[in-house]
Design a protein around this ligand. Sequence first.
Ligand code: 6GU
Length: 241
Amino acid sequence: MNFHVLTLFPDMIRDGLNTSITGRAIKAGILNVNAVDIRDFSDNKYMKVDDYPYGGGAGMVMQPGPVCDAYESVVSNIGKAPRVVYMTPQGHRFTQSIAEELAKEEDLVILCGHYEGIDERALENIVTDYISIGDYVLTGGELAAMVVIDSVSRLVPGVLNNSESARMESFSDGLLEYPQYTRPVEFRGSKVPEVLLSGHHGNIDAWRHEKSLERTAKYRPDLYEEYKKEHPEEFEKNRKN
Ligand code: 6GU
């Protein structure tokens, strides 16, 4: 899968993604991250790409020309017009199901804004999806773009190895992950739960499911209510949840 990131900070994108699992997948040729520097498309001798907002107000606005030209350079390179995601706190909240949908694309353009945003006309011309990663404000779209790229990448076949992909159930069943333990069997007076040492897989699965339910009820009551609605049979007979 090819990610084309339109940004004023291409090094941030490259450095962030050339590490760990995404870095391994890039080296293996399964992923390609093409960080396009919007500043290269400035029509100004000082390489300026922003200006004061019409109507007044704080901050600077990214001009439409360099953004659209950067996008069009991608279109002419790949010979088609791909989906364009604009990272913005004004967008739809990013979820696992959006990640699953984006992972079907062969090419994806991700547009990162800075300053007080991007001239609306550029957005109207090129953007197909507006995505926010949560209800807080970042200084720019780059970290948000890396969050989206990371979560989409791990859904691309071949990016995770077998033991990594075996642990994919976590969010897909709508529950939080159960707690994990490794050696030593006792750490600072606290022992690994006995059932995990028993070798009884039925009991282990039941214990893990119970812990997932407990955690979800405690930390994400919204997800817990959703899960109860989807799995009424689990809660029918002699359960106090
Ligand atoms: Cl996608 N961009 C920016 N700049 N801030 C954000 C965000 C995105 N999502 C949450 N805050």
